[in-house]
Design a protein around this ligand. Structure first.
Ligand code: SF4
Ligand code: SF4
Length: 183
């Protein structure tokens, strides 16, 4: 059997010990939280990259991505060539009242049109306002952080290596057409 009051003394000792430590509470909203770079706050749309392939909407487990589009016919660029059709985006919306922030749409997009933004301050009093249409999704792009640097020793992405090589390649010497015109 222990000494009487031992538990109380132990409790008071813990209280005094923690009283002297600095508090780690973040005073949100007066102080913005320091969020990790991969925070899943809201999804941003880079509309220029979207080809309306519909993969994101098909893969979304919650069916909360709404896409409408129509086809547009482009005239042939060469004589005797064929006309081409392309998809034109009419609507792109995400319902964040249904979204479970799984990130599958971002992973599934083959054209880098969707990104995570760490922004999370978009609560609404009316749940219908949580459907973000394409204009609002595009505005979130300004808040998407740059990609984190590669790990030391990691291999550079093929696209970046090819672009770097193209820039470093010496410019062609002499313009054959120009030379012909000068003669
Ligand atoms: S994060 Fe997941 S649930 Fe949300 S829109 Fe993308 S796929 Fe759907
Ligand atoms: S997967 Fe990407 S490119 Fe395809 S519709 Fe979705 S956002 Fe657009």
């Amino acid at each position: 059997m222990g000494l009487p009051g031992r538990g109380l003394a132990g409790g008071l000792a813990t209280t005094f010990r923690t009283m002297t430590r600095r508090s780690i509470t973040q005073q949100y909203p007066d102080v913005s939280p320091d969020l990790p770079p991969r925070t899943r706050g809201v999804i941003a749309l880079l509309e220029e990259n979207c080809t309306v392939c519909m993969l994101c909407a098909r893969e979304c487990p919650d069916w909360c991505i709404y896409i409408d589009s129509h086809k547009e016919t482009l005239p042939a660029t060469t004589e005797g060539g064929r006309e081409r059709t392309r998809n034109v985006l009419d609507r792109f919306a995400i319902d964040f009242s249904l979204c479970m922030y799984c990130g599958i749409c971002i992973e599934a997009c083959p054209f880098d049109a969707l990104f995570w933004s760490p922004e999370f301050e978009y609560a609404e009093l009316d749940i219908r306002e949580l459907v973000h249409e394409r204009d609002r999704l595009a505005l979130w792009m300004d808040t998407v952080p740059p990609p984190p640097p590669l790990d030391p020793g990691a291999e550079e992405a093929k696209e970046i290596a090819a672009a770097r090589k193209a820039v470093a390649a010496p410019a062609p010497t002499g313009d054959r057409h120009g030379e012909g015109a000068a003669r």
